[in-house]
Design a protein. Structure first.
Length: 237
């Protein structure tokens, strides 16, 4: 089972990579622009599980050349089974203070470059039979329609809503390629990004706890869901 995860130098991506790399038969391609974070991930994974299989991919998802990334992945495998789009950008500002550059920065990573990565990797994921490949887009309750929104996060929340809409479109367009696409709208997790948005707030879940859910869903969710936007939160919308 070949699994690519973006944004693995810290937080949920780091813990999900740790969890999946410890599972029997799983090889994790861990992508991040932070080389120190990747080094720490590899070291931690091998300390926790001697058989952990992690392929570090030092790559800037926002600015990097996707063809270089594709060639690097092809050195290690001819196919991918799971793609977890976890990397994200956030800007915390009142709506009236936001600029077009702020929106462009958030949408570029959270939507546009994520879509480009998916297009790049579909040829490695498509198949004609057997278990379906699985694209898991990590969104937020801030991007879930009908949930409570928070001041200062209009650029981030709307970009995550766009990612949810993209997921629904992907499910329809990729179903003939035997690829499922689902979107997890996560509630509060005690990560560095949460601290940026809500300093001092204590989340009900740790990255380790949420990583268990994301890992299980990535491995098994395509058996039950396709094109679904699923809230994963202890709070009600």
């Amino acid at each position: 089972m070949n699994i690519l995860i973006t944004g693995t130098s810290r937080g949920l991506g780091f813990q999900t990579a740790l969890e999946l790399s410890s599972r029997e038969g799983c090889q994790v391609f861990a992508l991040s622009r932070q080389k120190e974070g990747l080094d720490k991930l590899l070291k931690t994974a091998l300390q926790k599980h001697k058989g952990a299989k992690i392929v570090p991919l030092h790559f800037d998802l926002e600015h990097g050349n996707f063809q270089d990334l594709f060639l690097e992945i092809k050195k290690h495998t001819s196919h991918l089974d799971i793609l977890i789009n976890n990397a994200a950008s956030i800007v915390v500002k009142p709506f009236m203070d936001l600029t077009e550059d702020d929106f462009s920065k958030v949408y570029k990573l959270n939507v546009i470059r994520t879509a480009s990565l998916i297009r790049l990797l579909v040829p490695l994921m498509e198949r004609t039979n057997g278990p379906r490949a699985h694209i898991v887009n990590i969104s937020s309750m801030g991007g879930f329609q009908g949930s409570m929104k928070f001041a200062g996060l209009s650029a981030y929340s709307s970009s995550k809503a766009a990612l949810a809409g993209l997921t629904e479109s992907l499910a329809e367009e990729l179903k003939e390629k035997h690829i499922s696409a689902n979107c997890l709208c996560l509630g509060a997790i005690q990560t560095e990004m949460l601290n940026e948005a809500f300093p001092g707030y204590q989340a009900p879940l740790t990255p380790e706890e949420m990583a268990l859910y994301v890992a299980d869903f990535a491995l098994n969710g395509s058996k039950y869901f396709n094109g679904k936007i699923l809230p994963v939160s202890l709070s009600t919308p």
